[in-house]
Design a protein around this ligand. Structure first.
Ligand SMILES: Nc1nc2c(ncn2[C@@H]2O[C@H](COP(=O)(O)OP(=O)(O)OP(=O)(O)O)[C@@H](O)[C@H]2O)c(=O)[nH]1
Ligand SMILES: [Mg+2]
Length: 352
């Protein structure tokens, strides 16, 4: 297990078929014309459409109900009723549809483009179909078939592109909220974030996924603070962003302390590309501290950041896009084209 599971429930309904029509031909010279009621239209289908540019299920948490249109009733002169519109539900690649009660997988959409989940009800036959030599005036028609309504679970495993690493209170959640649609809790005390949070940063027509994890303190590898077990959530990210708090006395040593804790979890974490960020540039004395930090790490780029200075936020955004583009937006772990996987074991959910 190495990512975040995104999960939600939605209500879906296919359209009802339109009723068949009871009608008789009425013409000037045929006052008692035969039956001519047309058929009702078919109800709309519920269709899942896989969109490569989506990476989370966030959009399904805002609109939760998807209802296809009903078929229109048939009309006189053997006219068919119009078919109901299909409803399309956009989902990211790797989405799985589940039974919300049993958790049973109804459909794994990996590798699919479109999948019709529920068909709309058939339209009813008009009375024209029911004429016969012995029944010349059928005064009935068939009703349309009902649609199907269901509540379903939608699940996706998301592997973030960039994981945030920093001491508690360094400003990780503040940055996540500024760059993405996430609303991670921000407060001026340590360990505000207790559960890893994801946010999607729009970049062209792609989503870049940023992961905010709980703060790490010295000794976290031995269980201090929140420990480091949540590091596995970022063990498969493409890059790491280190947030070094310029208002923290230890600003010159923070990076080494953080690296030490990461290494105690998995030395391979340190092989990932990194973005080094010096946060809270607006605090008293921070610009001087930033200069000292830059001097210490003169061989690499250090990005100054203040959440109150838009240009620094933009600079960090560009650095994120650059580091992810360089490592390729698509997953290269041999598991397939995308960095989304189905969460089959869901082990982490019990832990928080
Ligand atoms: N002055 C200043 N304060 C900031 C900046 N960024 C964040 N803060 C403040 O720092 C405090 C901590 O911010 P968070 O975003 O919650 O920090 P965090 O790293 O997510 O903290 P944990 O979840 O506890 O690990 C909050 O009071 C923020 O308002 C900044 O650029 N400048
Ligand atoms: Mg936080």
């Amino acid at each position: 297990m190495f990512g975040f599971s995104d999960e939600t429930y939605i209500e879906v309904a296919s359209g009802k078929g339109g009723d068949g029509c009871v009608s008789f031909r009425r013409e000037k010279f045929a006052p008692k014309g035969g039956p001519d009621g047309g058929d009702g239209g078919k109800g709309g289908d519920v269709v899942f459409v896989v969109r490569d540019n989506l990476r989370t299920l966030g959009h399904l948490k805002m609109v939760r109900s998807f209802k296809a249109g009903n078929g229109r009733p048939g009309q006189g002169a053997r006219c068919y009723g119009r078919a109901g519109d299909d409803v399309e539900i956009p989902v990211p690649p790797g989405t799985v549809i589940k039974d919300p009660e049993t958790g049973e997988v109804i459909k794994d959409l990996t590798g699919e483009d479109r999948w019709t989940f529920l068909h709309g009800g058939k339209g009813g036959l008009g009375n024209w179909h029911f004429r016969s030599s012995v029944r010349q005036t059928p005064r009935f028609a068939q009703p349309g078939e009902p649609g199907v309504e269901m509540r379903i679970g939608v699940e996706l495993l998301v592997i973030a592109d960039i994981g945030f690493v920093g001491f508690p209170n360094a400003g990780k959640s503040s940055l996540l909220n500024l760059l993405t649609n996430a609303r991670s809790k921000v407060a001026g005390y340590p360990f505000t974030t207790k559960i890893p949070q994801l946010g999607a940063m729009r970049y062209g027509d792609q989503d870049l996924i940023l992961a905010d994890i709980p703060g790490i303190i010295e000794g976290a590898g031995q269980g201090a603070g929140m420990g480091i077990k949540f590091l596995r959530h970022i063990s498969r990210t493409k890059a790491l962003a280190f947030l070094i708090d310029l208002s923290d006395e230890r600003f010159l040593d923070s990076y080494e302390i953080l690296c030490g804790e990461l290494a105690s979890y998995a030395p391979s974490l340190l092989e990932k590309p990194q973005v080094m960020i010096a946060s809270k540039l607006d605090e008293d004395g921070a610009p001087e501290r930033f200069e000292a930090l830059k001097a210490k790490y003169k061989d690499r780029e250090v990005h100054p950041l203040s959440i109150y200075m838009d240009e620094t936020v933009e600079d960090v955004r560009s650095a994120f896009i650059k580091v992810v583009s360089q490592s390729g937006l698509k997953d290269d772990d041999g598991l397939g084209g995308f960095t989304t996987r189905v969460d089959k074991d869901a082990e982490y959910r019990d832990e928080y």
